[in-house]
Write a protein that binds this ligand. Structure first.
Ligand code: ATP
Ligand code: MG
Length: 424
């Protein structure tokens, strides 16, 4: 194959055999956000590189090594969005949506990160993203989390668990950060190369290390929960009591930090034991400082992102079967005269029975060939229109999936008879 017809590594096609699961998930997500009063927003897939650097943070995996950045013909540095929050925050500012107003927003679409492709980790992947702008919480934090819990129930997904933590305010986090750096400096010889690099720029990320050799040092590190300011402590306590009141299962993980710089107070993550190493399915948190940091008016906010590919895999694993796409009726109309009449009849049937899938036997061929195709299509009924039916002004309705007598009716009554037979 020439490189022009090879896909880009880590970027996948979603083929018709899989699309049923995607559509089922997307339809359920739309139903969910409608229940909770979120409105859809659509933002561009490219933004100025600067936006991501300023929001996600210079010392994060995404900005350090995962962004698809290029300069356009005008010499501007642009980046394919690696996540959605920055673009939505930018859109809220540049469209003047804030000004003391509140917004509950969601979007879905492709994100791009130059990572090492493996199962559950791709370079183009899709996220479902939800943001509540202008809400201080913790009520909205709790509502958002239980909304995700409801989604798992609607989808029949059971192998997920929820962890929550609080990162405090920027000030309490800065004080914690200093203490963390002091602690890790005391163990510098035992740090791996990644952690040593993070010590300068983003020491909280060391707590996120996946390296087994680092686990003992991480386990001994001071905890952010012991450094919360009183307001953040009260905010977190109220979140936990709201969660308890709903009966949702959760664990407090004092080492849950999250890779992005902009989080404050509430952070949470849903993981699964059903997908192997790529176990994060949904993560989010509060980012009260982000909008002001980007030049908008100070607006508290919280959001989360869910990895669609990983949830599709969870659905597959849970035995969710894509909805059958077989036609209800397949029109068999051999010969030139019948073919022309059959095509027109198919249109009238689609008009009269818009909920039904009507397939017309494209490609011609004799009775036998067309019946073979009708059978292979999985259709329940064949509507037969041959020369003899044409001469008599009738059509024949034949069951393809069970033994039953063939029915004949005048062409003009075909839609009514089909509707009745399909109801049986
Ligand atoms: P991970 O720890 O797996 O790298 P992350 O912390 O980088 O995840 P977020 O930036 O929080 O992930 O994105 C939210 C969700 O998007 C993740 O929980 C995951 O389900 C999904 N996701 C992130 N990166 C990828 C990717 N490269 N391919 C597929 N899904 C991804
Ligand atoms: Mg990542």
């Amino acid at each position: 194959m020439t490189s022009g017809v090879q896909p880009i590594r880590g970027m996948n096609d979603v083929l018709p055999a899989d699309i049923g699961l995607w559509q089922h998930l997307e339809a359920t997500l739309r139903e969910l956000v409608a229940m909770y009063g979120y409105d859809e927003i659509r933002v561009p897939v490219v933004e100025h590189t600067e936006l991501f650097k300023r929001s996600i943070g210079e010392y994060t995996d995404i900005v350090e090594k995962e962004m698809y950045t290029f300069s356009d013909q005008g010499g501007d540095s642009l980046t394919l969005r690696p996540e959605a929050t920055a673009g939505i925050a930018r859109a809220a500012i540049s469209n003047g949506l804030l000004r003391g107003q509140k917004h509950k927003l969601w979007c879905i679409g492709p994100m791009f990160r130059h990572e090492r492709p493996q199962k559950g980790r791709y370079r183009q992947f899709h996220q479902f993203d939800v943001e509540a702008l202008g809400y201080e919480g913790p009520d909205v934090d709790a509502e958002m989390i239980v909304m995700i819990g409801r989604l798992w129930r609607m989808l029949g997904v059971t192998r997920v668990r929820l962890q929550v933590n609080s990162l405090g305010t920027p000030a309490s986090r800065a004080a914690y950060r200093e203490e963390l750096v002091r602690y890790f400096r005391g163990h510098e010889a035992a740090l791996d190369a990644d952690s040593r690099r993070r010590l300068g720029g983003n020491p909280l990320r060391i707590l996120d290390s996946k390296n087994p050799d680092m686990q003992a040092i991480v386990a001994g590190a001071p905890l952010i929960l012991d450094h919360l300011d009183p307001e953040s402590r009260a905010h977190f306590a109220a979140l936990k009591s709201a969660l308890r009141a709903t009966g949702i299962d959760y664990t407090v993980n004092p080492r849950l930090v999250r890779g992005l710089d902009y989080y404050s107070r509430t952070v949470f993550e849903w993981t699964t034991d059903a997908l192997g190493a790529q176990d994060a399915v949904c993560s989010g948190g509060r980012y009260d400082g982000l909008i002001a940091q980007l030049g908008g008016e100070s607006t508290p906010a919280i959001g989360f992102a869910m990895g669609i590919e990983r949830v599709v895999e969870l659905l597959r694993g849970a035995g969710v079967v894509p909805v059958a796409r077989a036609p209800d009726v397949y029109i068999v109309a051999p010969g030139e005269r019948a073919a022309a009449a059959g095509l027109a009849l198919a249109e009238r049937l689609r008009e009269a029975l818009p909920q039904r899938r009507i397939a017309f036997g494209l490609g011609g061929g004799n009775f036998k060939a067309q019946f073979r195709r009708a059978d292979r299509s999985g259709a329940r009924l064949a509507l037969v229109l041959g020369d003899s039916e044409m001469d008599r002004g009738v059509v024949a309705i034949k069951h393809l999936r069970r033994d039953a007598e063939q029915i004949e009716c005048p062409v003009a009554e075909a839609h009514a008879r089909l509707a009745a037979v399909l109801e049986e």
